[in-house]
Design a protein around this ligand. Sequence first.
Ligand code: DGL
Length: 283
Amino acid sequence: MKMKNVESSKNYGPIGIFDSGYGGLTILEKIRTELPEYDYIYLGDNARTPYGTRSFEVVYKYTLECVTKLFEMDCHLVVLACNTASAKALRTIQQNDLVKIDPNRRVLGVIRPTVEAVGTMTKSKHIGLLATTGTVQSDSYPLEIDKLHEGIIVTSEACPMWVPLIENNEHRSEGADFFIRKNIENLLQNDPEIDTIMLGCTHYPLLLDKIKSFLPDDIHVISQGDIVAKSLQDYLQRHPEMDERCTKGSSIRYLTTESVEKFASSASIFLNEEIKAEHIDLG
Ligand code: DGL
């Protein structure tokens, strides 16, 4: 892919939060609660969502285009608030692209902080993962868990219907119950010893109550927002040179590759506030 030059931009700016669509709003909300003083730009690639069923090459290409756009808008730190992008694009961007674009910029994902947190939460050492097909097929969660927490067994269940149900505002319906119950039953049949379940998709916190209603009380469900927010706070404390480059004016801009009206109305499913969105072309 042809790399764009972003060197001409300022050496300070907002924190960029990226997702394929709306799911990253669940992460943004927690980040803004934890770190309200910073400026943020949220970019949802709604025109090309979902990413969860796409190939490595395509997810990488789309994610890099969005990250580059956020860099051009003066973001020096970008969080991929999307498990699929974190699973399929983060490593290549960190290892190959940042050196060419600007070695001082940083891109962080959501998988590593989740995996760091989950190790201490399981007693049975059997963890379940509910995620998109792309995240499950990437094997990123079991591989990362194996690196950090030897001996923990991860059983994964792909839930390809969950994101479309949420994006179509059908997640509270009886139809949604059918798919949620089915995926949970599959997961627990595949490993009845699971005592902790990770929600490895940023859309899924919207299903938290339903998911819990289909699970025994002693199974712990982990959603990522608070974990990622704490981890970002910790990162900024450990990296004052990056913190200095993140402006602090408590502002938020919402950018979408789709129509602004559609984004604003669907975003209200995820956020308890009215928002104004701006359209952005990635070309
Ligand atoms: N929110 C994305 C994630 O966390 C999934 C949505 C999609 O499939 O694009 O994986």
